[in-house]
Design a protein around this ligand. Sequence first.
Ligand code: SAM
Length: 266
Amino acid sequence: MLPILLCPRCRSQGVFSNVRAPRCSNCGLEPHTTIPGVLDLIDVAIGGEPTAANTEQRLMESDLVARIYDRFWRPTFVRMLAGKGAGAAVGGLSGELFIHKHSLALDDRPGPWLDLSCGPGAFVRALAAAAPGALIVGLDISRAMLEVAAQRASGYTNVVLVRGDAHALPFVDSAFGGVNNAGALHAYDDPELVFREVRRVLRPNGVYVGSTFAEAPSLLGRLTARAAGIRRFEPGELRAWLQRIGFADYEDVRLGGAIVFRVRRP
Ligand SMILES: C[S@@+](CC[C@H](N)C(=O)[O-])C[C@H]1O[C@@H](n2cnc3c(N)ncnc32)[C@H](O)[C@@H]1O
């Protein structure tokens, strides 16, 4: 794990030598680990604690939401924002896990794999079980989500959890064979910056699989999205955006108001 870490303060590579007591050998930064089992690479000295981009993100910082997220929160919001058919068509979270694993083609690549904005870690655990020989890194910005993710992934020896910001990933260039990014694009301040970071940390031929919301099919969905400050993406917009940044081979599946897309870094 250590060779792929980047110091979040000086952006130097290969500067951490001990994951239990990490200290940057270039600038002296000692990332504090306030959440058991999570390496915290948010450098509060640079910009303080990150502020939530929207109402949804404020809720993602809540301990209660993190605990009930997979079972209640996620299915309810997917139904509201993407229509009843979206969850039903793929059998809920387990069906989505299947689509993501298949799109990442875990068997064809050695990893490591990044689950970007991993939340409480359902995708991290699914990837860890499906690719037991590969390193799975789960990254999120929310302490509450990571605390739950760390508890639930404690039995997996190939999982490392990192607190970081998707807009400035604390990883070296070409670190990963694939990046999974389920249900989080709509939450970012600046998706363009995140796309560029994903491309940077992917190896040539690495894949980026993400899911997000298109225009909600129902009035309730559109009102919920507006109240929560959630941005929607149309497949054509995503394709053009990702191509401009340098990704190739855009494919997507549309499930009601949800989109699962896959691109490759040439
Ligand atoms: C709707 S949840 C999705 C969680 C999980 N991927 C899933 O599909 O179940 C969105 C996640 O994005 C995370 N997030 C939002 N902004 C982020 C950022 N700037 N950097 C990293 N993670 C972020 C939130 O903390 C939250 O856990």
